[in-house]
Design a protein around this ligand. Sequence first.
Ligand SMILES: Cc1cc2nc3c(=O)[nH]c(=O)nc-3n(C[C@H](O)[C@H](O)[C@H](O)COP(=O)(O)O)c2cc1C
Ligand code: SF4
Length: 463
Amino acid sequence: MFDFNLVTIEDLKKLSASLSIKIPMQEGVSILGQALQIGPLTAPNRLAVNPMEGADGDSQGRPGELTLRRYKRFAAGGSGILWVEAIAVVPQGRANPRQLWLHDKSKDAFANMVAEARKAAQASMGSQHHPIIVAQLTHSGRYSRPEGVASPIIPQRDSYRDAMIPQQSPIKNTKQAIPDNWPIVTDGYLDGLVEAYVQAAKLAFEVGFDAVDIKACHGYLISELLACYNRQGRYGGSFENRTRLLLAIIDAIKQKLGKDKTVVTRLNIYDAIPYPYGWAVDKNDYTKPNLAEPKKLFALLTERNVPMINVTIANPYYNPHYGRPYDRPIVGGYESPEHPLRGVERMIRLTGEMQRVFPQMVLVGPGYSWLRHLLPYVGAGVLKNGMAGIIGAGRMALAYPDFAKDILIKGKLDPNKVCITCSACSQIMRDGGTIGCVARDNKIYGPIYKQGRLFDKAQGRTK
Ligand SMILES: Cc1cc2nc3c(=O)[nH]c(=O)nc-3n(C[C@H](O)[C@H](O)[C@H](O)COP(=O)(O)O)c2cc1C
Ligand code: SF4
């Protein structure tokens, strides 16, 4: 467990020096307020709410009351990009029974949510404030759980992750292996998903989203395909085969819905899982990234006029300390084996390396929430040094929906409102509840957290 005790930029400099790492930072934060052209769209500032799943839709995938509340609060918070959470394109690919799912019968509820978010953004920031609203389209692959029990759709056997299918309510925190005779998804099934993504993208544009994200991160289906070195057939083996589904979906959307449609992706650039199951890792030492294939893929995405990539790394079930540095783990999770600032630095450095090679691509950088009230200074330093185009905030936005507005107007964050990386929101997710910030939005999420913990104790599973 880590105790965050940084007060000033000087403290952060001293800690970085003691860890022998370099964190860009600067005192002036006005750079975060600059507008940015992203393809045909304009972000009014350089801050983004990163996608944060709430598991609070209804059984048909329609946004629920808490979903609406969250996006109105995020929108009023003033960020230039509102990156809406994972939305399933097919029911069997939902990660939980309340995951959002976009289809003909849920589209009106999505239209209402987008319209309400736009209204809230303008009411708070003025009539000229138009955030870019992105829909993250997903298939959960091995993490599919549409009816509340694990129903993995796996593109390969993975000796690391097959032994570890995280369960949520009603069966929790158990480690259950995928049986040996569990089927591997066929090429025909993957072929059929292209049209499912096109249909979901069509609806997303119809209901008012500005862009669609073909989610390719965190070990979900398209992300796992990138590492299917040993899969047979058209989706495994070569780089061309492993990237086939992602690129086919982007091409099909452009071809069927129009070249002017903005398609982006949230992409893992490093899985940190041993080869041959992890993508972009050194084959002999998975703790070292190898960005050669991400660079090849970025070049193909550039050719396809993808104007923005939301960069991320690792897997929230297998190795969460890489992608969301924390002070405290979830129950049954593990203590961070490294100082969380090392995780923050790794994400900044890897994103910066990609941005250096692809200066025209707008990169959204992840993983700043651990920095608490020092986030704006590091974010400004990252932009100044050309190491990202947009600073993304995940847990910070859950804890402090107004974070962008405070940075833009007051030039700083209130230390009493920031995320404290306690992992309680991730805990609710594992316990099968509706997700929000337990520390800063306690009236609503405190009881939900407690209920999940009590249930877990009653099942005798709490460590
Ligand atoms: C509860 C929770 C839900 C999340 N849901 C999503 C999601 O739907 N899609 C996604 O790409 N990332 C998701 N993430 C990852 C975040 O977007 C972000 O990358 C991560 O929290 C690290 O950034 P941070 O340090 O700013 O929190 C989620 C993270 C948490 C804690
Ligand atoms: S519960 Fe709140 S404070 Fe804790 S990690 Fe989640 S967002 Fe941060």
